[in-house]
Each structure stands twice: as C-alpha cells, then as structure tokens.
Design a protein around this ligand. Structure first.
Ligand code: ADE
Length: 230
C-alpha cells in the first residue's frame, strides 16, 4: 500500500515514518509513505500558499491552486487517482471499522489543512472523504494524518507479527480487549488471575471473553449499545 501526505509541514511526519513498526514496515517494502510539501506547488513567486478569507474574519485560508497542483502531480507520479481524505474536525469520526476498510485501498492520500481551513472549492473538486480523529480541534491536520497512517498501516498483512495481534484487541469486534499480565506472577502482593496460569486454553478463552464484555460494560457501555444496533 502507498500513503501520500499532502502538508505544509513535511518535517513533522519524518520522525514518525522512520521509527518503530512503521519504519520497519517501510524498510520491508510492506508500505510506502511519501510526504509532499504543498508549498512546492504554489504559483506564487513568494511561495505564499494562503490568503485572507473573503467576507472578512480572522486568520488565513489555504488557497486552492497549490493543493490542486500537488494532488495533480501525485496523480501523474502514481498513474492513479489516490483516494483523497481531507483531515478535518468536520469529518466523520475515525473508527476501527473504517480503518479496516481504508487498509484495503492500494493508494491513500491525506490532505492536511492549516490556519482557518482550506478554500472550499478545492475540497469540492478533489476530496473523496473528510475524516476527523475526534471532536476537538488541532492546529493542523498532520497529527490526524499520522493517526490514520499508523492505524491503517498496522492492519496491513505482515506489518504486525501475528494476525492475533489485532483480532484480539480493543475495537476489533466492538468490544474492549481483556486485561493482560506478564511476569512476575505476583507483583507487590498482587497476583495474576489463577485461570491464566494453568494452561487450560478453553477456560482462558472463556475468561477472556467474559472480562472483555465486563470491562466494555464498565468503561464504554456506549460500545455495547452500538453493537446491539441501539
Ligand atoms: N484538523 C484539525 N482538527 C482535526 C481533527 N479533530 N481531526 C482531523 N483533522 C483535524
């Protein structure tokens, strides 16, 4: 899969792309990530990419043309029309289900806004979908784009060590994950639940299913309502 990030701050994404699981996935050729500096596509000789909002008001608005040219160049380079997502607090909130669907696409492009937003006309012209990572406002779309990149990348075959890593985890089937423990078996007088120590895989699976349900009920009862279609 290839993910392209269209941004005014490509350096923000660099460290993230090189480190840890994402860095390894790129080295292993499982994932390609490219950042594109929108400023490189401005027709303005002073490299401006923003201007005052029509109708007045505070702040600046990102102009349509540099973004459009950046996306056009990406289409030319890849020979496709990557599915373009605009990172925005006005979008639909990202869910694990949507992450799974996005991971099926061969090409994904993430547009990061800044200042007061982006000229609406370029959004109408090229954006396929708007996604928010939560009901709060960030200074720009970069962190949100990295959230999408990270959550999508880890769904790709081979990126995580074992498929069980995500079939058991929180949100996979609409529940939170069961509690995890590691050695020592007793830590500061707190013992690991006995059922996990006796190697009875049937009982362990049953205990995990029950505790997953119980902690979802306690911590996120809204997920159970959603699962029941209420
Ligand atoms: N840009 C600014 N705030 C955002 C949010 N909550 N989600 C996605 N992109 C954003």
């Amino acid at each position: 899969m290839r993910i392209d990030i269209l941004t005014l701050f490509p350096d923000l994404c660099d460290g993230f792309m090189r480190e840890s699981i994402i860095g390894r996935a790129r080295k292993n050729g499982l994932l390609e990530i490219q950042c594109h500096d929108i400023r490189d596509y401005t027709p303005d000789k002073h490299r401006r990419v923003d201007d005052y909002p029509y109708g007045g008001g505070k702040g600046m608005v990102m102009q349509a043309e540099p973004i459009f040219r950046c996306y056009e160049a990406l289409c030319r380079e890849t020979g496709t029309k990557p599915y373009l997502i605009y990172m925005s607090p006005q979008g639909k909130t990202l869910t694990q289900q949507r992450v799974r669907e996005l991971a099926e696409l061969p090409n994904l492009a993430l547009l990061c806004g800044h200042y007061e937003g982006v000229d609406e006309r370029v959004l109408e012209a090229i954006v396929d979908e708007e996604i928010s990572i939560g009901d709060y406002v960030l200074t720009g779309g970069e962190l949100a784009a990295l959230v999408v990149t990270d959550s999508v990348a880890r769904m790709l075959p081979g990126v995580l060590a074992d498929e069980v890593c995500f079939t058991d985890e929180s949100h996979y089937d609409g529940l939170l994950e069961y509690p995890q423990y590691t050695r020592p078996a007793v830590w500061r007088e707190k013992a690991v639940p006995q059922v996990l120590l006796n190697g009875d895989h049937g009982r362990i699976a049953q205990w995990r299913a029950e505790t997953a349900l119980e902690r979802t009920r306690q911590k996120r009862p809204d997920l159970l309502d959603e699962k029941a279609g209420r």
